[in-house]
Design a protein around this ligand. Sequence first.
Ligand code: CAA
Length: 374
Amino acid sequence: MNIGIDSIAFSTSNYFLDLRQLASHRDVDYDKYCIGIGQTKMSIFPPNEDVVTIAVEAARKALRKVSQANRIDMLIFATESAFDLSKSAGIYVHRFLKLREDCRVFDLKQACYSATAALRLAKSHVAENPDSMVLIVASDVVKYSPHTLGEPTQGGGSVAMVVSRDPRILTLEDHSGVHTADVMDFWRPVDRKEALFDSKLSVYNYLKSLEISFGRYLEKVNFSAYDVDYACYHAPFCKMARKAHRQIFKNKSVENTLIYNAVIGNSCSASLYICFVSLLDNSPEDLGGKRIGFYSYGSGSVAEFFSGLMVRGYEDMLTAEENRRLLENRTEISFAEYENFGKADAGGKKYKNIGDVTLADVENGRRMYAENSP
Ligand code: CAA
């Protein structure tokens, strides 16, 4: 049975900071950001937008192309930006999407890797229950402290994927190469909003884990690296993906996978799959029948290399123009606003949500979401 991604859509915040502004206020040459790191803008989240509100928007877009959403009996919310250590963020999404009451809902966490774990789990679930569909929502907001090396690599976004039999976009192949190692390259203790990291170790371990997991993948499949036509990578910043690509596929281009990431920034668990949407939307070549490789990396660390085959006619499932408009129509914020966004209280000044759902208030840890009235 063919199982894979039947529908996919992404979302991000309505606001961004141009990295020219950050460079000038931090006294850094802008070329370091746009050439050295490969980023030009980063999504910034106002207090009324969070991983749930953008996840609902991404999921609504993905579900627009699915006529039998009542087959969804599992919703997996992949995130490392959880605000509640008990209640699943997915339950809010379940409510706004009006999914069935007998739908299993839970969160998965392993840094930026968890959406890939969700994808493998969804594949097994559909193999056992061929009429089921699984909705995966990967959603993250990435924050580092001001003046740190990580500051230009913040961002955030959400991807929603519907996994089913007879998928209309990508059939997942069976084999993958996995590598797990206890490495302190990036972490966020529960009392902190901003992540901590070891820059050099994180880059080193990302590339080392790629070499090992890709090697394990090749040992299992009955084809060679030349049979992988395109590859998408977890992209904490675009240059990281370029380095990864150079390491394993010297002659192929990765640029079309990075167009959205360059202006969204790091979206952690969603990043790899936003790169996939960028490839789908921007490839001049018909990808039907092509094999796409995926490298998923979650600090800490777990890495996985896997692949899938593009379904012919996948173009009917794309919303390329809408995606470009979403990114072009965002509002630029000033540097002063950037510095204050994190400090404002939810329920304070009104900022525009990207979709219809807003975080209206937080009271005693209870998050209160509401639909924006038009
Ligand atoms: N013009 C052009 N290029 C310039 C330049 C200039 N004026 N100044 C510097 N550069 C180049 C450097 O030569 C370098 O290029 P190479 O990588 O090709 O050598 C590049 O810009 C970066 O410069 P540095 O090595 O000096 O960068 P840095 O010490 O400031 O760190 C960073 C950069 C690693 C991205 C840092 O922002 C960071 O630590 N970010 C957070 C952690 C991270 O994202 N790690 C990635 C792997 S971990 C992961 O993937 C999980 C996750 O999501 C976090």
